[in-house]
Design a protein around this ligand. Structure first.
Ligand SMILES: Cc1cc2nc3c(=O)[nH]c(=O)nc-3n(C[C@H](O)[C@H](O)[C@H](O)COP(=O)(O)O)c2cc1C
Length: 208
């Protein structure tokens, strides 16, 4: 990992459960002034889960819909830092190693997307950008969510980790006694960002 905090992040979301974790992750990223650029990609299945779990409707104003109340709190100003990229556009910026992306996070990451990344199937932008992250030795964090796990999932997590990805399962902590689902999702996002070299001051810290 380079010694400067990532300024250019790729964030992808897929059809696994846990849309609230994505919402808080994007809200924090949008506020963090160290991060200049975010390229955001959603798979078709992610749209289905976003509809089920957050009540979102379609792709129009997708980023504002995901950011939800935090964008309303900022006076409805549309987020400029976060750029939506089409998962079908394998010619988008993040499809090339020459584009200066610093790190990529897939949150939540379905076991289908995990399988495609682990096997180098780069036919859509999410998997291609992940493939590029691995070949360029850039941090790739996969917030995999499924339960229970079968041996295929476990083998694919091993393959991805062996190729350089961080498997960061979407498993929250409980020792800080979260008061709400929102706090749980926020603390999880803080942990992912700290892992990437972007520590978040409000994060809970265990003092022993
Ligand atoms: C409401 C809902 C919840 C789902 N939850 C999960 C999940 O937690 N993990 C998972 O791997 N797949 C889950 N799926 C299934 C995936 O969406 C499905 O396998 C899809 O093909 C994944 O596509 P993608 O990897 O291109 O996003 C869920 C589907 C729906 C509709």
């Amino acid at each position: 990992m380079s010694n400067h905090p990532p300024q250019n992040l790729t964030v992808a979301t897929t059809g696994a459960s846990g849309a609230i974790f994505l919402r808080h992750f994007l809200q924090i990223v949008e506020r963090d002034r160290r991060i200049q650029t975010v390229n955001f990609i959603a798979s078709d299945s992610a749209l289905r889960v976003l509809a089920e779990e957050l009540g979102l409707r379609g792709r129009s104003n997708l980023i504002s819909q995901i950011l939800g109340s935090s964008i309303r709190a900022s006076g409805g100003r549309s987020p400029r830092k976060i750029q939506l990229q089409s998962n079908d556009d394998i010619g988008a910026n993040v499809a090339s190693g020459s584009y200066p992306a610093d790190a990529m996070v897939v949150i939540p990451c379905s076991v289908g997307t995990l399988a495609r990344i682990a096997h180098g199937d780069a036919s859509h932008l999410i998997e291609r950008a992940a493939d590029v992250s691995l070949k360029e030795k850039r941090p790739l964090v996969l917030c995999v969510r499924e339960t229970p796990l079968n041996k295929i999932h476990i083998r694919n997590m091993y393959r991805a980790a062996d190729a350089g990805a961080t498997v960061f399962p979407l498993i929250p902590a409980f020792y800080y006694r979260p008061a709400s689902l929102d706090q749980m999702a926020r603390e999880f996002a803080y942990r992912v960002l700290a892992h990437l070299g972007l520590p978040q001051p409000p994060a809970f810290r265990w003092k022993g």
